[in-house]
Write a protein that binds this ligand. Sequence first.
Ligand code: ADP
Ligand code: MG
Length: 484
Amino acid sequence: MGWIVEGSTGRWEIVVGLEVHAQVISRAKLFSGASTEFGAAPNHQVSPVDAGMPGMLPVLNRYCVEQAVRTGLGLEAQINTYSVFERKNYFYPDLPTGYQISQYQHPIVGKGRVLIDLPDGRTRAIGITRLHLEQDAGKSLHDQHDAATLIDLNRCGVALMEIVSEPDIRAPEEAVLYLRKLRSILRYLGTCDGNMEEGSLRCDANVSVRREGSDALGTRCEIKNVNSMRFVAKAIEYEARRQVELLEAGGRVEQETRLFDAVRGETRSMRNKEEAHDYRYFPDPDLLPLVLDEALIERLRAELPELPDAKRQRFEREYGLSVYDAGVLVAEQATADYFEAATRGRDAKQTANWVINELFGMLGKAGLPLESSPVTPAQLGSLIDLVNAGTISGRIAKDVFAIMFETGDDPGSIVEARGLRQVTDMSAIEPIVDRLIAENPGQVETVRKNPKVAGWFTGQVMKATGGKANPQLVNELVARKLGL
Ligand code: ADP
Ligand code: MG
């Protein structure tokens, strides 16, 4: 889905690479035992290590290392058995040590890829350059006090995975597809919850443009602070247009860091881009190089869950679902599990429709996540069985579903308690048809001339029976009575 900016002097291609910071799911921080729980009172989850007290030594959290390896495996990436923690030196009030422990020359994970699913059904691979482990900084709170900035160190030292993509992305929408797929993989793996609002997934977008057909990379700007899927696309689009206008006017793109202003929908200059050498990286003398055994990597590989791409292919193959339906169902593990538990030998397309249209619709309206669905997969399955057995009509089934959603009751008991069984006994329907024919001679005329509109009578019967008549049988009865 290459995305072209039409300039006044020709056509331009967008080139984007994303740097994603993903907070590792772990109870303790990367180098200390302090808790990572979200929402604690400020400065209540800070160990002396996190606060940069003299003499305190970092101790690497093994679980965070395993999480990074799991993620690397999920990104089909090279796992480096040798990696090094380095100090990235800079001053910031919310960084008490004056450096961030990160990885630089030797990251724990090397090249990998993420497949994105394009709207036309094709997939495209976006290269992963590397994934490395690093510490998060604290938070500066600028809006809590009239005259001072307050510092909260709870986040200081929490493990992050920085996941860097190759400049392979060619459109704002591709950046969104990439982020969605990456988030889906992380959530399947249980290595990051992907919550952009709470900041556990943060994204910087590097954007450049070049003349269509050119292979050289243009000068890029790095846009910080694009913290929702919608803003990522907006920020990239705005930035690409800005660069094209600048270049066409004879200007030059300065390599710089820009901030996305979500209110104005524009990017603006924040600072000149710092270079790696500005940070004076050097191996952290408090930490040994990290050496992994192959056995650990193989154990983690063997424990990987079925990931979204593999699951989607299986759903297409095993259940005969369309690429689209399969894609929607596998985006979240919980949805895929729900679908599989509900369908169990039933018509998969029918189950998929119920999940995607009715269940998602109701959950969306109620603002509930699937995990809190009042309707269990087994209950949805029984509802589908009632429809397929002809016990209730498709129309009534939707009403029953709404009641199930409201009350959590089983469909069978709802149907019995409210007398919603489909009427298949034609002796109950016949008088209604007779009455309608007697009362509507005009319609009878019309239908006799054009049998295609006989549905009007069926509709009236359905209305008169509160949707409980079997439409198939009513059709036949009407046709017979009118001699069609
Ligand atoms: P830094 O850490 O200084 O930001 P990196 O070399 O790690 O620099 O690159 C960061 C990101 O910038 C990567 O995602 C990469 O794909 C992307 N990138 C590099 N060059 C370009 C370019 N010319 N246009 C767009 N993105 C680019
Ligand atoms: Mg960067």
